[in-house]
Every structure is written in C-alpha cells, then in structure tokens.
Design a protein around this ligand. Structure first.
Ligand SMILES: Cc1ncc(C[n+]2csc(CCOP(=O)(O)OP(=O)(O)O)c2C)c(N)n1
Length: 628
C-alpha cells in the first residue's frame, strides 16, 4: 500500500493535505518513528508526543524563512523527517549519520543547535532582536517543554522577552513530564490550569470563534483579547505568563491537529510575545512508551513490537553509584542526594526509593542544585549531587563560588564523563577535568573500575576538608568482582599497577585498564612500561610522577578528557617546573568537538582505540629525540 509518508520530503509537501490526510500522516509517522528508533536508539517518547504539534507548525509557518528553536532538541525527530532528512533517518545518532539534536550545519531548517535544556527562549529572543534590527518580518517559534521550563535560563529568557515586547511565540509543550514526572511550583501551577474544566471548555469556544473570524477584523480581535483576558482573570489561578508580558493562549489539546492548525493560523495575526500552552502525552500512540514514558524517554535499541530491552548481566556505573550511595546512606543519616531532574539517569532513584525524605529533585536546574547542596553541607549534612559531566558545565560558578570557596563538603558525582556516544558533542563529558582542575580546595578523583568507584564514594562522603568531585564514564562497568567492604583511599596518592623503566604511562579513570593493555603490547616490543593509576587528578601525586619521570626515559598521560586542561596539562605543568626530567606527551581527547556515534567508533576516530593508540605511542617513543 502506498504510504503518504513516502510522498513527503519537505514541509511544502504537507501544505495541501486535508485534515484527514494529515491525521493519517501522523499515524504513519508514529509507526515509522517506533520502528526506526527501535534500531538506532534515541528519544522515543518525547517525539511521539509532538507529532501533531510538529505537523501543525510546519503546516502553518514557513520554515526556514520563519524559525523554530527546539528546546533540548531531543523532540526534533519529526521536524527532521519533514525537512529533507527522512531518507537518512535510519542513520540517526550513528557515526556519519544525522544527529539526534538540531544542528545548524545539518540543515537550514535547524535554526539553532540544542542539546542542553532551557536555551530556546533566549535563542529565539536573540533571533527576534536580529530580525527587528534587520527590518525583517518572519516569525520565530520556541518550543519548550514543561521540564525545560524549570531551568533558570528559561526564566531569564521569559523575563527578557516579556519585557522586550518583541514578536515571539513560545509554544509550551506540557506533558507533565521531565524525564521523570515534572517537579516544582511551576509544574503545579500548570497542572492547576489544566484541571479547570470550565476554563478549558470556554477557552476552546473562544478559539472556535476566532477560527471563523474574517482576517484583519480589528474589533473582533480586540473583543477576543478583552474577553480572553477577562475570562482568565475570572478563572485562571494565576496569570504568570501574562504578568511576564506574554499573551497566554491555551491550554490546547496538542493532539488535536485541526485545533492546533487553527490556533497557529490565528496567532499569526497577533503581535508581541505569545505563549501557546499545548498539552500533550509523552509516548502518545505507542502503548509501551505511554505506559513508561521515563524508560522510553531516551534509550538504546529495543523490540519495536513489545518495547523489550535486552538485559545486561554487568551493571552500569550508574547502578553501582546508586546502590553504593544507598549503602553509605544506610550507615550515615547525614548523607542526602540531589539531582537536577535526572533521578533515573544518575542512579539517584535508588536513594529516592530507599530514603525519599533524603532525596531532592530540584528540576533541570544544575546551578541551583549545586548551591542548594552547598547550603546543605554548611548545615552539617553530606550532600551527594549527581550531575552528568556535561550538565555540570552549567554549575561551574556555583562550584567555585558556593561550594569550593566555602570549603563546603559537597560530593559532586559526575556520571557520563568522557565520550558518551550517540548523543554527541552536546553531551560528551570531555571537559570536566579541565573546568574543575583550577578550582582551589576541590579534590577530583576518577576510578579505574567499579570497586574503586565505591572506595572513592566512601572516601568522598567522609572527607571533611572540602568538596570532592568524582567522574566516571557512561555505560557498563568492567564486571570485576565487587568487594563487599569499601575502603578509604588516601587522597592524592596514585597507585603503580605495573613496573617498568622505559616508559611511564600515567592514566586516569576508564583509561587505566587500556593502559595496562597498552603496556602489554609495548613490553612485547621491548619497551618496559610502567603504569600509574593517577586516581586523584587534584591533588596530583607529584612525588610519584616526578619519581617516574626521573626513573623512566619517557612519560605519557592518557585520559578520556580534552588534552587541554586535564590530567595531561597537570602533569605538563609539573614537569615544566622540573625541566629536563623526561620526554613527555599527552594522549586524550583532541581539541575539537567530537561528533556522535558509538563510543567504540568514536575512540577510533580520536585515535585512542587500543590499536591506534599503541601505534601512536610506539611511533612517538621510537622517534629520536634531541634530549636522548
Ligand atoms: C542542562 C540539561 N540538564 C539535563 C538535561 C537532560 N534532559 C534531557 S530532556 C530532559 C527532560 C526535558 O523535559 P521537557 O522539557 O518537559 O521535555 P519532554 O522530554 O517532556 O518532552 C532532561 C532533564 C539536559 N538536556 N540539559
């Protein structure tokens, strides 16, 4: 049977479709999405929720002349399908394929790159200011989830946009979910709006009326405006958006395509900042995704018929972290957990389950999470804040100003450190060693395996002199036998895992075991190789590293962090002050934004895979050197 979707390449292909055809197309898109994402992995539930919304936007607006900014950008799959990327959709998130997020370089329809949340209103307002300066007249739409709206930058954008009076449409995609159920007062406020049936009914009638209005009928528009405002004054429990300078329109059923089209067509005639509150269901149209929208928010491959995911017999680092935290919390009631809307992703959900009163989900608000934790610590508690490395970038000033400067004993658990794979450059945790290492009084650790992660967690929660950051990678742990008892590690002491006197490899975190394999290879080539597990990047075990620099002919560092500012830089600084001690070279992530793809493929790309790394090291080591 010929499919409607087959005939769709660009937004112009949907402009002429009837409402019934658009509805059929929505159903086809859903089937296509589920099948495709079941193979590539990706963000299923958020996209299933915005099928009608995306179709309506593309039907009414004229992208790319008009602009759309997708907040987070994880829900832009349908937008991609409708804007010339359907044929490449099977390459989603794969090396060389299309990105899982909007990317300016990928398409003229992607007006702004996203991946981290809560940026869309700021970006859209910047575009509006540019448009006005250039005397252009296109429309700018920011699509923002209710979860993303819990992030501070979204409020900063709303505040500025509402004050500016520029023409801008914020579509609030309200599905009551962040990754987990949404939290906070704003979420409660939105729910209150939704639970006012009389408001819904009347409001829809207003829109039915406006839909039938002749274009440009000023008095009726004024009437609708006043009637609408009066209605809201009567019935809405608060007028947050209106008070911030936005015309609020909604709530609107985000799966009612004709209504969405009518509303978007109608508001094209309105001026100033508008907020269209659209209500959707995450996972819509796919039972297993609707039933467990958290699991199907973002995941790897799964069975498209049942949603079943392959089970793994080795726990992920995240799970080790989460369970260990519970173990520690059982013994010390001062331990509390903080997450910025990532209870499941960080493993904090284990603590939430065991000690709900000692668990805090603060929303997608990393800055707030860090300051909040600093205060908990100064009040005598032991907060463990779990934030992905890439998202802690948001909280840097708070780590400096609120945590380290006050020597607040906060534990920063940075999951997803290093390359993360398919989510790509917006999500790689490539920089945390670089952006944390210069902070005084902050201890930074990285475990070589899961036992060491547990030991580091125990050490960190018992470290009273100041904050401790622990970084660990995405994915499965190594599957080593877990020691039941954790032990305290000496802070600032490296461990020598293998002796040798030609080359010393100082490695950290998930690069320690690969260093051992590297040493095997080098030894087989007659290069006697020492392997040092740095364990703490700050303070660095200077004594041991300087000793090795003296005793070996050359020294290298190996890390899953940018070579700028991380372990390699720390060792380079040390050696520079003790000049002439050793030939030295850094191996780590290159000074580029690494693309998306499987971690193993990316490791090859950056030449850190086992084969290429040993070739590079051997080539460098064998080169004659002036100092030799
Ligand atoms: C700064 C930042 N922190 C955390 C995340 C991880 N994250 C991705 S999507 C998401 C939830 C977004 O919720 P919402 O905006 O409501 O969109 P929905 O998935 O519900 O459609 C979170 C927490 C992120 N992308 N950026």
């Amino acid at each position: 049977m010929s499919q409607l979707l087959d005939s769709i390449q660009f937004p112009s292909d949907i402009k002429h479709l009837s409402t019934d055809q658009l509805k059929d197309l929505a159903a086809e898109i859903r089937r296509f999405l589920v099948k495709s994402v079941s193979i590539t992995g990706g963000h299923l539930a958020p996209n299933l929720g915005v099928v009608e919304l995306t179709l309506a936007l593309h039907r009414v607006f004229d992208f790319p002349r008009d602009r759309v900014v997708w907040d987070v950008g994880h829900q832009a799959y349908i937008h991609k399908i409708l804007t010339g990327r359907k044929e490449r959709f099977h390459t989603l998130r794969q090396l060389g394929g299309i990105s899982g997020f909007p990317k300016v370089k990928e398409s003229e329809y992607d007006s702004f790159g996203t991946g981290h949340s809560s940026t869309a209103i700021s970006a859209a307002l910047g575009m509006a200011a540019a448009r006005d300066l250039k005397s252009e007249n296109h429309r700018i739409v920011a699509v923002v989830g209710d979860g993303a709206l819990t992030g501070g930058e979204a409020f900063e954008g709303l505040n500025n946009a509402g004050g500016s009076k520029r023409e801008l449409i914020v579509v609030l995609n309200d599905n009551r979910m962040s990754i987990s159920p949404n939290v906070g007062a704003l979420s409660r406020y939105l729910t209150k709006i939704l639970t006012r049936p009389e408001y819904n009914r009347l409001k829809n009638e207003v829109w039915d009326l406006t839909g039938k209005l002749p274009r440009g009928s000023q008095w009726i528009r004024n009437f609708v405006h006043r009637f609408g405002s009066g209605l809201k004054n009567l019935l809405v429990p608060g007028l947050l958006f209106e008070q911030l300078g936005f015309r609020y329109i909604g709530p609107i059923d985000g799966h009612d395509l004709p209504l969405l089209i009518r509303v978007f067509s109608g508001i094209k005639r309105l001026h100033g900042p508008l907020c269209v509150h659209v209500v959707t269901t995450k996972g819509k149209g796919c039972q297993f995704a609707e039933d467990d929208a958290t699991k199907f928010h973002g995941l790897g491959s799964f069975c498209y018929k049942t949603g079943a995911v392959q089970t793994r017999n080795v726990p992920a680092y995240t799970e080790i972290f989460g369970k260990t935290l519970v173990e520690l919390a059982e013994k010390d009631e001062r331990i509390v957990g903080v997450t910025a809307a990532m209870a499941d992703g960080t493993g904090m959900a284990f603590l939430q389950k065991s000690f709900p009163e000692r668990f805090f989900d603060v929303g997608i608000a990393e800055q707030h999470a860090v300051t909040f934790a600093a205060a908990l610590a100064l009040e005598g508690l032991k907060p463990v804040v779990a934030i992905y490395s890439t998202f802690l970038q948001r909280g840097l000033d708070q780590v400096i100003h609120d945590v380290a400067l006050q020597k607040a004993p906060v534990v920063l658990a940075m999951d997803r450190a290093g390359l993360v794979g398919e989510d790509g450059p917006t999500h790689h945790g490539s920089f945390d060693l670089s952006f944390l290492r210069f902070i005084p009084d902050l201890v930074i650790m990285a475990p070589k395996d899961e036992n060491e992660l547990r030991d580091m967690m125990m050490t960190a929660v018992n470290y009273t002199k100041g904050p401790v950051a622990i970084r660990y990678p995405r994915g499965l742990s190594l599957g080593v036998n877990l020691r039941k008892r954790m032990r305290m590690l000496p802070v600032g002491k490296a461990e020598i895992l293998r002796e040798g006197d030609d080359l010393a490899v100082v490695a950290v975190g998930d690069r320690v075991y690969p260093s051992l394999s590297l040493a095997e290879k080098l030894n087989a080539q007659g290069i006697s190789t020492r392997v040092i597990n740095a364990r703490t990047i700050k303070p660095l075990d200077e004594k041991r590293i300087l000793e090795s620099a003296e005793q070996c002919r050359a020294l290298i560092t190996l890390e899953n962090n940018s070579i700028i500012g991380g372990l390699g830089s720390a060792v380079a600084e040390l050696l520079a002050e003790h000049s002439g001690l050793a030939r030295f070279r850094r191996f780590g992530l290159p000074d580029t934004f690494v693309t998306h793809g499987k971690i193993c493929d990316l490791m090859k790309l950056v030449e850190l895979d086992e084969e290429k790394l040993s070739e590079r090291v051997m080539e460098w080591f064998s080169k004659p050197h002036a100092a030799d």
